[in-house]
Design a protein around this ligand. Structure first.
Ligand code: FES
Ligand SMILES: [Fe+2]
Length: 383
């Protein structure tokens, strides 16, 4: 069969005619998925050390637009100030009160509700509102604490450590996908957070494989073919796979159809595919020709996490008076709840200390790639 040319053909792929089961690897130990010590190492060596993707620029168009995000037990505030988008620790410099609780919004100043210190949109402390005599106190030394912030392809990244490995090297070949799907210019039209009672890696596994589509997602299975799929071999700290949309459908949505034009730079051969690309550790992209999803898994404890899901569309479509993303959201919101049930029950299953790791198929290769990457970052002598 002759395949249409895809720019992603330049990226290594497995043979599509591969055997269903071969050597996709095996799962890992009870301790790896549920242990306190493993979790502590993941926070220290991955989440508190590396560049982390945290948001998309389309949510910060105007000055004062902000979002908050919990990472482990900490919280960050991302805000568009006078010098661009910047992240800060989301606590007051006075006594540590958590400043902003809302997930998203717009404000030009941030008032601490404990003793009324006031910060501006640049993180500068502007007023103590009578808690001190201003002339005895150096406000310049008591602004919000900034966090290293960078933007690539419209994604906002933060790093808590000065020793974070190089961001561009980590992103490797991700830019090819970002450019084809014009990630930088897309509009986030919906965001939703989902609490999940599961280890974060089990959720990362779940959202990176489609082997469970026939049993778990009848709507998705109707439109996408879990068996016409394969894995990319990508350079950088990224993993990925592709999956074909069945004949007769042109959009991965509850109806399977859309009037939205395919994004112009998406290669012809990829207009009937989902390209699933994960920036490790925790951000999965679902690139389709008429929309893009960003889905984070944020660890909270060994047995809990929060999934933050964005749906992004091309501005030429969102500008139309009849634009609607309801059919897309309806499909994925339902599929998400189906997935969290699977993840939570899997977590409960392998919480048994007598859990014995099982065999993975080649269709689950990304599952073992994620585990291998996390293990490599967190092994005793990994630093
Ligand atoms: S803790 Fe914020 S003003 Fe006191
Ligand atoms: Fe799923």
């Amino acid at each position: 069969m002759t395949r249409a040319f895809s720019m992603f053909d330049l990226i290594g792929k497995q043979d599509e005619e591969r055997p269903y089961f071969e050597t996709g690897g095996v799962g890992r130990s009870h301790e790896f998925y549920t242990g306190e010590e493993q979790f502590r190492r993941e926070m220290e060596r991955i989440y508190h050390r590396r560049w982390l993707p945290v948001d998309h620029v389309s949510r910060f168009k105007e000055k004062g637009c902000y979002a908050t995000l919990d990472i482990g037990t900490g919280s960050i505030l991302i805000i568009h100030g006078d010098n661009g988008i910047q992240a800060y620790h989301n606590y007051c410099r006075h006594r540590g009160y958590r400043l902003v609780e809302e997930a998203v919004g717009k404000r030009q100043s941030i008032v601490c509700l404990y003793h009324c210190w006031v910060y501006d949109r640049n993180g500068a402390l502007k007023s103590l509102n009578g808690t001190y005599f201003d002339h005895f106190f150096d406000k310049a030394k008591n602004g919000l604490l900034p966090i290293r912030t960078e933007i690539r392809h419209g994604i906002i990244f933060v790093a808590f450590s000065d020793e974070a490995p190089d961001l561009d090297a980590s992103l490797g070949e991700f830019g090819q996908f970002a450019q084809a799907y014009e990630l930088e210019t897309l509009e986030c039209v919906q965001a939703k957070d989902y609490p999940v009672a599961s280890n974060w890696k089990l959720v990362a596994h779940n959202v990176n494989e489609s082997l469970h589509f026939p049993t778990a997602h009848k709507d998705l299975h109707r439109i996408t073919d879990f068996d016409d799929a394969g894995t990319y071999e990508l350079k950088g700290d990224i993993v990925g796979a592709w999956q074909v949309i069945r004949d007769g459908f042109n959009s991965v949505s509850m109806t399977g159809h859309s009037q939205r034009a395919p994004m112009p730079q998406v290669p012809e051969a990829d207009r009937r595919k989902i390209n699933w690309i994960t920036i490790l550790p925790n951000l999965l992209f679902g690139f389709t020709a008429d929309y893009v999803m960003m889905q984070w898994v944020w660890p909270e404890s060994p047995g809990t996490c929060v999934v933050r899901h964005f749906w992004l569309f091309h501005p030429s479509e969102t500008a139309k008076s009849d634009f609607s993303h309801e059919a897309v959201f309806a499909l994925w919101d339902k599929a998400n709840y189906e997935d969290w049930e699977l993840c939570e029950r899997t977590h409960r299953g392998l919480s048994n200390p007598m859990w014995s790791p099982g065999q993975l198929s080649l269709d689950e290769e990304v599952v073992s790639q994620i585990d291998a990457w996390v293990a490599g970052q967190t092994e005793e002598d990994a630093r």
